[in-house]
Design a protein around this ligand. Structure first.
Ligand SMILES: [Zn+2]
Length: 425
């Protein structure tokens, strides 16, 4: 017997009207809740000249002040918590480039909410109880390992908690325990694939990969899927929203990521004017957490750029809005020779060349203020720097330098891959 593809069928297939009513009710509640339980929120709402009674539904969302990552940092460690510390049961955090971490505390209810969101994702990827799931993000402060774990426990999956690194051992365990689903970052899957290709081994039981935390191109995904013989899903969530999977994932139609709209209200805003953009246009994703207890973000500016793919019911039967995979982060945008572009566009162009390997570096060379781009990429025999340069020029509209390397020549990293490097001349 095949299981239902839904974890919470009624909630995942609510009509647009029902969803909107539920969101409106939850928004009124959460705004009142944070106002009553945290002085920082109260003060920010007061300064914006509004009070919870002004919010009658989701159409009033724009009255609420926007929230930035800096506000979360400024309130390290628990300044924005809305609950008594005694009710907290876990925390995770991310450390950005500035060094001050963003902390997300969890109540028991928050962990259950996280596990439900993750369970929906697992079910959407066709993972069933007793399926073996290998969790390759580390079990630590970063939310990845524990997020996949809480969801897997909730669904009675068989967890192989490898954590990060030890690629040889990962492969042996995947083979010996017949791992069905692998979770982690896409760049780590390319490491596993590389090892398998080097030894001629295969993982015939591996059917599903769930990739998060890194921005990756469609052509990178296709390379990994065909190499490993898996179906890959793009799972989304971040420390501030409560971790991996909280925001959603793509379904087997692979036509946009379903956002769990009963838990999160999203807006796509023009990053400059902070006004909503039309559906289909690119903008910054802004998130309001409707059901979290310890630290529900309200109109949080994620800095992630995306667009609405569709608000229509999906062929999978789910009604929750679909957004495009993240194109880039506001602070990742590169400007060279007057052209704005994101690292993922370079990746998409590179991976479209047959014989190009999924290992590359983008080097921004700064010669007394004049910037240039050099792209180093591993290739099979027959692919030349000229071929790489031609494709990059077509994709980006200017001419970066392209240098080719033999497989294995560029350095490898564990965890999230660093793709962009800076060099001063
Ligand atoms: Zn769908």
């Amino acid at each position: 017997m095949t299981l239902s593809p839904y974890y919470e069928p009624e909630l995942e297939t609510l009509s647009q009207r029902q969803l909107k009513a539920l969101q409106s009710e939850r928004l009124q509640h959460i705004v009142r809740y944070v106002y009553d339980n945290n002085a920082q929120y109260r003060q920010r709402f007061d300064s914006a000249g509004m009070e919870p009674n002004d919010i009658h539904g989701i159409d009033d969302l724009g009255l609420l002040p926007l929230m930035s990552k800096e506000q979360l940092r400024d309130n390290y460690p628990l300044g924005l918590s809305c609950v008594d510390k005694k009710t907290l049961v876990e925390m995770h955090m991310s450390s950005g480039s500035t060094g001050v971490p963003v902390v997300m505390p969890y109540t028991r209810g928050d962990l259950e909410q996280w596990a439900s969101c993750m369970s929906r994702c697992y079910r959407m990827a066709g993972v069933e109880p007793s399926d073996v799931i290998q969790i390759t993000p580390s079990f630590g402060l970063f939310n990845g390992g524990f997020g996949f774990y809480h969801g897997a426990q909730n669904l009675d999956l068989f967890v192989v908690p490898t954590g990060a690194g030890h690629t040889r051992r990962q492969i042996s365990l995947a083979r010996d325990f017949k791992t069905h689903a692998l979770t982690g970052v896409v760049s780590y899957a390319t490491r596993i694939l590389e090892q398998l290709e080097a030894t001629g081994e295969t993982l015939p039981d591996l059917k599903v990969c769930m990739f998060g935390a890194e921005i990756f191109s469609n052509s990178m995904k296709e390379k990994v899927c065909s190499g490993l013989g898996v179906e890959a899903f793009d799972i989304y969530g971040m420390t501030e929203t409560g971790g991996v999977g909280t925001l959603g994932m793509d379904c087997s139609a692979h036509d946009g990521l379903h956002v769990w709209e009963d838990h999160y209200l999203i807006e796509i805003l023009d990053p400059k004017t902070q006004q909503p953009v039309a559906d289909g246009e690119m903008g910054e994703l802004v998130v309001t957490a409707l059901t979290r207890e310890a630290l529900p973000v309200i109109r949080f500016r994620t800095a992630d750029l995306t667009r609405i793919v569709s608000r229509q019911p999906c062929q999978c039967g789910r009604t929750h809005v679909r957004i495009a995979p993240i194109t880039g982060r506001l602070d990742d945008m590169l400007i060279v020779k007057g052209v704005n572009f994101f690292p993922v566009q370079v990746e998409q162009a590179l991976m479209s060349i047959p014989g190009v390997r999924p290992h590359y570096q983008i080097i921004i060379e700064d010669d007394h203020g004049v910037k240039d781009v050099r792209v180093n990429v591993e290739v099979d025999e027959g692919v030349t720097g000229f071929m790489v340069e031609r494709v990059l020029k077509e994709a980006l509209g200017f001419s970066p330098k392209g240098d080719v390397f033999k497989p294995g020549e560029l350095p490898r990293q564990e965890g999230k891959a660093q793709r962009v490097f800076y060099s001063q001349k």
